[in-house]
Every structure is written in structure tokens, then in C-alpha cells.
Design a protein around this ligand. Structure first.
Ligand SMILES: Cc1ncc(COP(=O)(O)O)c(C=O)c1O
Length: 374
């Protein structure tokens, strides 16, 4: 990357669509008018041609390698955002609307999944952390599972509330119920190692660590594919998508191409372990600065569940000071730092493309702002 490109790029801490690696953008730019000597852009190539076939197969193979996805799982690229799966999953996996689904509600996104699910099944809240403002998670011994749920669904990282389940431990609790485990990993997908074999279905909207908005990646165990109801509309039908290799209708070809570039970028950087290493450094740096600011900055999330991807924080619970912070941050090229409109405060999203250096620059700015506004 040239130094002029570098200086023009914002330090984007947005929660999604999030920052993309500059190498990926440059590669897409380079290939935009003439993809691999075809004289056409990737956006102008047939989804049934051999060039796109290679893009799709590469993306699937690279994802399989990066996450060590066992052969008993298929990878689907669906259209519509992750929200479409809030309906698509019960449509596929519940026999009828009398089936019970257990939802673990730890933030806005799992709450939305529960509310949408109610339209297609008997949705049961196993635990609801809203009365605790989604700041922590009650111990699993206090969760109330139903007798025979069709499956259990949870969200691994709540993007708005900044709360994340550490590691895969939660799956040990859930697997004791003996029913499929469904996980929304939209905002921490590809950020850390994950044992896919512990899950039956993992889904992620691409626009955080895996690409651009418009596609949702689904990793699904073959045993669930055979349970898909046949009267589900084709665009949502997991079994049909799998049989047709996500090509039953025209897929979002450019989006799949960008995801493919990102997967190759991650491999080149050293793989998921390297992403995890960098993400831990970034999150530790920011949380430790917040915790050592003598109460000027605060993060109210239970330290055990603090998200490594979306760090939410306040400045003396003072919205005016937070507005001032966001405005001054812009002058330092630090953008998209405000909290979600439903919760206020501030939020720094530390996705894979956000560098350790960018995080250090944010912390330096926070230090300067604190000294000037104490
Ligand atoms: C964890 C999580 N789930 C679901 C969604 C919904 O994604 P989409 O806007 O692609 O429907 C988001 C969006 O930010 C999210 O962060």
C-alpha cells in the first residue's frame, strides 16, 4: 500500500459493514475491469462459468481449511442478511409451528432471533439477560431449558451490547441436552479458533470479518440437511441450497468473490490462530486502558464476557462528553466510534482488518482526550 493510500484511509471502528483489509480492496480494484484475462469484471461473469466456479470452490475450500470444518458439514452462501436466518432456521428445522425452540437471550441480536422465531415455532427463552441490561450472563445452572426442543440457538458475540461467550465452553452445557446447537457467529466469525464439530449449524453475516453485506455464510451438519422441511421457499431451503452448491439461483457473485479474497488474506497473515493472537492484543490493550482510567472511561460488561470484537464503553455516563469525543476523534481520522443508537455510549469494533497500530492510535487519542477533559 502506498503511503498516500495509507494516509487517506480512515481508522474505521464501525461495527459493520466494518473495515476491510486494504490488500483485499486493492486486489479487487486491480481485477475490477478484467478478471483473470476474461475482459470482464467478476460482476459480469456468469455464475455458471468456470471462472466463477473456481472462485466459489476456492472460497469453500479455504474456509474449510481455515476452520478445520469436518467433511460431515456443508458450506452454503445464502442471500439476505443474518437476520433472514432468524426466520430461515425455524422454517427449515421445525416440523411445524408447535415445535419448541430454546433461545438464549444475551443481547439485541438473540432477542431479535427469539422474536422472529415466535412467528414460526413455540419460542422459549432459556435465559433472558435484558433485566441485567445485557451486562452479564447468569450461570448455566439457572437456565431453564424446555423438555424437548427442536434445537437450541444462541448468539456467540452480541455486537450491540459487547458481550461474548469465551471460547466454546457454552457448547458443553448445550450438548448435554442432546439436540442440535445453532449459533449466530456474525460478529466474531473468523476472529478466533472455533471447534465446528461442537455445533450443528453456524451462521454469520459476512460484513464484519468475512466480507461485505449481502451474504450469509452457513456451516451446516449433513444430518440437519436431511431434516429440512420440503415446503420451505427455495431461496431459504438449506437442503436445496446444498444440493445445488448455492447455485440454484443467481448468487451474489461479487460478495462471494470478496469473501474469497478475505479468506486468502487471512491464510497469508498466518491463519485463524494469528487473527486470534492479534485480536487478543487489541482487546487487552483497550480494556486495560479503560480499566486504568480512574473511572473516566468505563466498561460495564462483566469482565468474563467482554467481547474481543466490539468494545463498548462510556465516558462518565455523559452523552455530551461522548458526542464531543466522537467529533474530536473524527479530526484524528478515528471514525464510527459511537455506540449503537439503541444503547448510546461508545463502541470500538476491533475486527480482523483493524490493526494493532490502529488500536494503539485510538488509545493514544483516548489518553489525550481524558487529560483535556478530566
Ligand atoms: C450478531 C448479529 N446477528 C445478526 C445480525 C443481523 O445481520 P444483518 O444486518 O446482515 O441481517 C447482526 C448485524 O449486525 C449481528 O451483529
Amino acid at each position: 500500500m502506498s503511503s498516500s493510500t495509507q494516509s487517506q484511509r480512515a481508522l474505521n471502528f464501525g461495527a459493520g459493514p466494518g473495515m476491510l483489509p486494504v490488500e483485499v480492496l486493492e486486489q479487487a480494484q486491480k481485477e475490477l475491469l478484467n478478471f483473470k484475462g476474461t475482459g470482464k469484471s467478476i460482476m459480469e461473469l456468469s455464475h455458471r462459468g468456470k471462472e466463477f466456479e473456481t472462485v466459489l470452490e476456492d472460497a469453500k475450500n479455504d474456509l474449510r481449511t481455515l476452520l478445520t470444518i469436518p467433511k460431515e458439514y456443508d458450506i452454503l452462501f445464502l442471500q439476505g442478511g443474518a437476520s433472514s436466518l432468524f426466520a430461515g432456521i425455524p422454517m427449515n428445522l421445525c416440523k411445524d409451528e408447535n415445535d419448541v425452540v430454546d433461545y438464549i437471550v444475551t443481547g439485541s441480536w438473540s432477542k431479535s432471533a427469539f422474536q422472529e422465531g415466535k412467528l414460526y415455532c413455540k419460542a422459549n427463552k432459556v435465559v433472558d439477560m435484558e433485566p441485567q441490561k445485557f451486562h452479564t450472563v447468569l450461570p448455566a445452572q439457572e437456565w431453564k431449558f424446555s423438555e424437548h426442543p427442536a434445537y437450541i440457538q444462541y448468539c456467540d458475540n452480541e455486537t450491540i451490547h459487547g458481550i461474548e461467550f469465551p471460547g466454546d465452553d457454552i457448547t458443553s452445557v448445550l450438548s448435554s441436552k442432546g439436540v442440535p446447537i445453532v449459533c449466530d457467529m456474525s460478529s466474531n466469525f473468523l476472529s478466533r479458533s472455533v471447534d465446528i464439530s461442537r455445533y450443528d449449524l453456524v451462521f454469520a453475516g459476512a460484513q464484519k470479518n468475512a466480507g461485505i453485506s449481502g451474504i450469509t455464510i452457513v456451516i451446516i451438519k449433513n444430518t440437519l440437511l436431511s431434516k429440512t422441511k420440503s415446503n420451505v421457499p427455495s431461496v431459504f431451503n438449506f437442503s436445496k441450497k446444498s444440493q445445488m452448491n448455492s447455485l440454484d439461483n443467481t448468487p451474489p457473485t461479487f460478495n462471494i468473490y470478496v469473501t474469497g479474497l478475505i479468506l486468502k488474506w487471512i491464510i497469508k497473515q498466518g491463519g485463524i490462530k494469528e487473527m486470534e493472537r492479534r485480536n487478543k492484543i487489541k482487546a487487552d490493550t483497550l480494556y486495560s486502558f479503560i480499566d486504568n482510567s480512574n473511572g473516566f472511561y468505563t466498561c460495564k460488561i462483566d469482565p468474563k464476557y467482554r467481547s474481543k470484537m466490539n468494545v463498548v464503553f462510556r465516558i462518565k455516563d455523559n452523552p455530551e462528553l461522548e458526542d464531543k469525543f466522537a467529533k474530536e476523534a473524527e479530526k484524528h481520522n478515528i471514525t464510527d466510534i459511537k455506540g449503537h443508537r439503541s444503547v448510546g455510549g461508545l463502541r470500538a469494533s476491533l475486527y480482523n482488518a483493524v490493526t494493532i497500530d490502529a488500536t494503539n492510535q485510538l488509545v493514544s487519542f483516548m489518553d489525550k482526550f481524558m487529560k483535556e477533559n478530566q
